[in-house]
Design a protein around this ligand. Structure first.
Ligand SMILES: *Cc1c(COP(=O)(O)O)cnc(C)c1O
Length: 420
């Protein structure tokens, strides 16, 4: 049986699993483990699938930086002409360092600080996606101090159920994101009276890992109605930002293709003048990366067998955080009986698991690839248990680029001080 991997450039050869033209075993020998490995071809293909589906329509694809904020990854998207969706001053600095165009940055987030707003105004970002009335006032004030007009969109909360995990659902009434749909019209009218704001658009983002495009179409329909009401009141918008959220296959999910996801939206917007904007994160990077880890110990038990690996919840938090599934694939095949293992890390928490009850034919020292780890993997990692963060690599054909060195232990406490 040939294995069908969610990472399109991953394949099996006599020398084990290969990403593009490189053997993962060779990569592990050269760079050690745990290591995040991304495929340039897969990153590029994911971005191009959006551009291809959007065709000639004026549209901007803004990569959600929080899903994967590595400079090497961002630089690939920047070179492809992407925009970026940021949620902090740190992400703004990353995009600029990666060669991204400030004029294609949208700034989301409920807690933008004065310093972050100032920084974004000075470099000239494309738009602030404003999430509260108080933020409108703050933007107006700071833009005034700088002698500028801040470009804004209101992030509205259409109260549509995206039918995804409650932690990653963001468009319902009871969560902290966006402004209530019913308040949006009045807020636009107020924004129009503020002298240092320039109203540009409207934004919404209803959740993540969406496996059905219908809730986004429903949200877009509500947004369009509001856009038309605003136009009738003399407030004309230039762009409509429909956020990110398209899901990927981790296990056996069947998300729509980018083309199928966008088709009903493009139909809804046919003939309209507004530029469309999307903020995909997971669907650009999720299935373009894997986490390579080595088995330290096999620990058979009466109830369960454990495969204890050198990656842990500090490297990949999603299983512990959302009970998420990542495929775990042995890099080399062995002629052994399949056994069921929980794949766990060395961290002192029972929640430190990466996968549960997986059938594997493995021995101590073998390599495992945890798939679909390119989004919300490294970007959510921590140093818990004083574990240096993993290295990050980008494979490009037969070449490999180290795009983040493995952290050193000294660097983990370099900012700390012993008391005497
Ligand atoms: C997280 C986030 C995204 C990206 O979501 P994905 O599900 O990764 O595509 C886009 N826009 C906003 C405002 C977000 O918070």
């Amino acid at each position: 049986m040939t294995e069908a991997f969610p990472l399109p450039t991953l394949h099996r050869s006599p020398s084990g699993l290969m990403l593009e033209d490189l053997a993962l075993a060779d990569i592990a020998a050269q760079f050690g483990t745990p290591t995040y490995v991304y495929s340039r071809a897969a990153l590029t293909a994911a971005f191009e699938s959006y551009r291809h589906a959007l065709g000639a329509r004026p549209a901007l694809v803004c990569c959600a930086v929080k899903a994967n904020s590595n400079l090497g990854v961002l630089s690939i998207f920047a070179r492809l002409g992407a925009g970026f969706d940021i949620v902090s001053g740190g992400e703004l600095a990353r995009v600029l360092a990666a060669g991204g165009d400030a004029g294609r940055i949208v700034f989301s987030g409920v807690g933008k600080t004065r310093a972050e707003i100032r920084q974004a105004l000075i470099v000239g970002i494309r738009c602030f996606n404003v999430e509260s009335a108080a933020e409108l006032d703050r933007l107006n004030e700071i833009a005034g101090q700088l002698g500028q007009r801040a470009p804004i969109a209101l992030r509205v909360n259409p109260d549509v159920d995206p039918k995804t995990h409650p932690y990653i659902s963001t468009g319902l009434k009871n969560n902290k994101f966006g402004v209530a749909f019913a308040d949006a019209f009045a807020l636009y009218q107020r924004a129009a009276t503020l002298p240092h704001l320039s109203i540009r658009g409207i934004a919404c983002h209803i959740g993540s890992q969406l496996l059905d495009g219908a809730p986004v179409v429903e949200a877009a329909t509500l947004v369009l109605r509001l856009v038309d009401q605003l136009a009738a009141a003399g407030i004309r918008l230039d762009h409509i930002d429909l956020g990110g959220g398209l899901g990927i296959r981790y296990r056996d999910e069947t998300p729509p293709t980018v083309a199928d996801y966008l088709a009903p939206l493009l139909q809804l917007f046919e003939g309209r003048h507004e530029e469309l904007c999307f903020e995909p994160g997971r669907s650009l990077t999720g299935n373009a990366g894997l986490l390579l880890t080595r088995i330290e110990y096999l620990k058979p038990g009466a109830e369960k067998n454990f495969a204890i690996v050198d990656a842990a919840m500090n490297d990949l938090a999603r299983p512990a955080l959302y009970d998420a599934w990542h495929d775990a694939v042995a890099v080399t095949t062995r002629d052994l009986q399949l056994q069921k293992y929980d794949i766990v890390g060395p961290i002192c928490e029972s929640g430190d698991f990466l996968a549960r009850a997986r059938e594997l034919a493995v021995a101590e020292g073998d390599l495992l690839a945890l798939l679909s780890a390119g989004a919300y993997g490294m970007s959510m990692s921590s140093n818990y248990n004083t574990r240096p963060r993993a290295a990050e690599l980008i494979v490009d054909g037969a070449a490999v680029h180290l795009v983040r060195q493995r952290e050193t232990i000294e660097s983990l406490f370099a900012l700390e001080q012993v008391l005497n």
